[in-house]
Structure formats: C-alpha cells, structure tokens
Ligand binder design. Structure first.
Ligand SMILES: [Zn+2]
Length: 346
C-alpha cells in the first residue's frame, strides 16, 4: 500500500490514478533528490501490478507476490549468455532490477532488459524492470534502451530511477512519463521514525530535522556522534558570542577540531556549527521559531541575545568561504584558526 511509504502525497496520487485507469505507461521516470523514496515507490508499483489479492488498485502487502517482489537477489555469477546475468531478479519472476555493475550501466545490461521485456509475464500480470541509477547508463546502453521503449510488450514496464534527470538523454526523457519526488517534510520523517519505533521523543524530532528531507539520511544518522560534534561547536558559538569573543577558547577548539581522530568528520563539524548559528539567529528574531536543535532550545535562546542579524550573516558566509577552500588542498589547522578569528572579528 502506498500509505505505508512516507511523504510524496502527489506522487502517490499520480500512481494510484494510473493504476485505477489501467494506464500505467510502458516507461516511467522517477525523478527527485537522493533518499526521498523513489526506489521504494518503484517497488510498491511493481507490487501493485502483480499483487494476487489487490486492495482496490493497491498491493495487499500480505500475498506471496507482495512478499517476494521487494526481495532482489544479486545476478547469477554465470557466463551463460542465454540465461543472462545482468538483471537482479526479485523473488518474483516478473520483477527485475538493473544496478551499477561497474561505473556505468552497460549496453549488455540494457540488452538483457530489452530481451526480457519482450516476454509475456511468467507468473504475474506485468513485467517490471527498475533501472537505478538511470543517469549512469552510457550512450550505448541508452540507445539500446531506446529501442526497447519503442517495441515493448504492453505488459512490460520500465521504471527509470534518477536523482539527476538532466543527465539522461533528452530522447529517453521524452519517451518516459515523469513522476516527480520531493524532499519529505520534517514532520513526515518524525512520524515515520516514531511509528516504526526507530526513534522516540526529542531524538525523533532532532533526527527528522537534521535529515534535510531525506528519509535515507534519517535512517543512517548517528545521533550520538552528532551530539558530540554539536557539543564542541556549541562551545565555539559560546566563545564567539561572548563580548569580547573568547579567542583563547576558540584556538583550543581548533586544536580539538583538527585532532587526527576527527580527520574524516571535519565537514560535519562545520555542518553542526552552521545549524547552531542558524538556530540562534532564528531565535534572536523570534523566541518561538522552528529550529533544528530543538532539544537545546533554552541554551540556544540564552546565547541568541548576543547574536545579531549582521553578525550571524557574516559568520555563515565565513563558514561557506572555508568550505569552498576545502575543495582545494588547505591546511585545516591554519584555515580553522583563521576562520574562528575572522568570525570573532565579524
Ligand atoms: Zn498482494
């Protein structure tokens, strides 16, 4: 059932209408940012098309077809070209998936989909092939696929999943019906985390707000690590907000931040600092503002008194300047010292 998926009410409406009118196109393009549920929706559509006891037009989530469709197996490691070896078939004989084998989706992979989509369904009502990430098809694969799109069996469907629709050949895009996916609302993610018992209370709230609309990010986020980073950066914000700014404390923070054990997470520390500055800035304008770090609202509110509009704006742009420098090879220690001192002077 589409209701079990989080967010994207409009995409749900579009897909339900296609199913109700029995007009699911031969080629669909699921486009939207990373981690907003495109792949799950593709699987759900494949289930709806093959469910043995559909509820209305949707999958029942109980029959054996519904249970097997989401269960993709790695392609067989055989060189037998007749049997094919590129499609990751699901537990259902009519639903398959093309993933990256190397850096691109190759013409051999596309040809196998082309061949398979000529067949009638083996056990269900529709053959569904999901290609994810579709923007990684090389030109030959895309051309092989174009042929497929033209003479498809009416019971075969191709779902191209992409976070970069602009990277697809225009000829492919124009032959597909596009379904757009949006980032999820923080409330939608929070509700899901609570309902599935993954997080509760203020943890659920914080994770949902840190996830930037991406369910995948919410599920993978390591909250303890975030809180550790945030504690260090809260100290930085306190030192900045003191008048005059506490430069000795800022330089100590640089030492901690550029310590070898934190080498890999450096940019996530900057993320934490940015979120804190934004929150304090919002609170300085409106004590009831919606903020990310809701669980430390009171501490942020006390600080926000010292965070003026102009200062917060300058702080954020200094951090962005440092981010740009990170792309080239910079000495982090020197750059962080310079960052904090220039923020203190801002
Ligand atoms: Zn079912």
């Amino acid at each position: 059932m589409f209701d079990r998926l989080v967010g994207n009410a409009r995409a749900k409406g579009v897909l339900r209408r296609m199913l109700a009118q029995r007009r699911v196109p031969g080629a669909l393009l699921f486009a939207g940012e990373e981690s907003v549920g495109k792949f799950r929706f593709a699987v759900e559509l494949a289930k709806a098309l093959n469910c043995l006891t559909p509820q209305g037009v949707e999958a029942c989530d109980r029959c054996s077809a519904c249970a097997r469709v989401p269960n993709f197996q790695p392609p067989p490691a055989s060189d037998d070209k007749e049997r094919g070896r590129h499609i990751a078939w699901s537990g259902h004989q009519d639903v398959g998936l093309l993933r990256l084998e190397r850096s691109f989706i190759t013409v051999e992979q596309a040809r196998e989909v082309e061949r398979e989509s000529n067949f009638r369904p083996r056990e269900g009502r529709a053959r569904v092939f999901i290609i994810d990430p579709a923007e990684r098809m090389n030109a030959n694969a895309a051309n092989a696929l174009l042929k497929t799109l033209e003479d498809f069996a009416p019971t075969s469907h191709l779902i191209l999943v992409t976070s970069r629709p602009a990277s697809l050949l225009p000829t492919i895009r124009s032959r597909c019906q596009t379904v757009r996916f949006s980032p999820l609302a923080a409330e939608e993610i929070e509700k899901y985390l609570v309902a599935t018992k993954r997080r509760a209370g203020e943890d659920a709230r914080l994770v949902a707000r840190l996830a930037r609309g991406r369910l995948g990010e919410a599920l993978e986020l390591e909250l303890d690590a975030y809180r550790e980073r945030r504690a260090l950066m809260f100290g930085v914000l306190e030192a900045l907000a003191a008048s005059p700014s506490d430069t000795a404390r800022l330089l100590r923070a640089t030492e901690e931040l550029t310590d070898a054990k934190r080498k890999d997470g450096y940019e996530s520390y900057l993320d934490a600092l940015t979120a804190l500055v934004r929150d304090a800035w919002l609170l300085s304008a409106d004590p009831r503002a919606e903020i990310v770090n809701e669980d430390i609202r009171e501490r942020l509110a006390r600080l926000s008194v010292h965070v003026t509009n102009a200062r917060a704006a300058r702080w954020l742009s200094r951090v962005e300047e440092l981010r740009a420098q990170l792309a080239v090879n910079v000495n982090r220690r020197a750059a962080t010292d310079a960052l904090f001192l220039s923020m203190a002077a801002a």
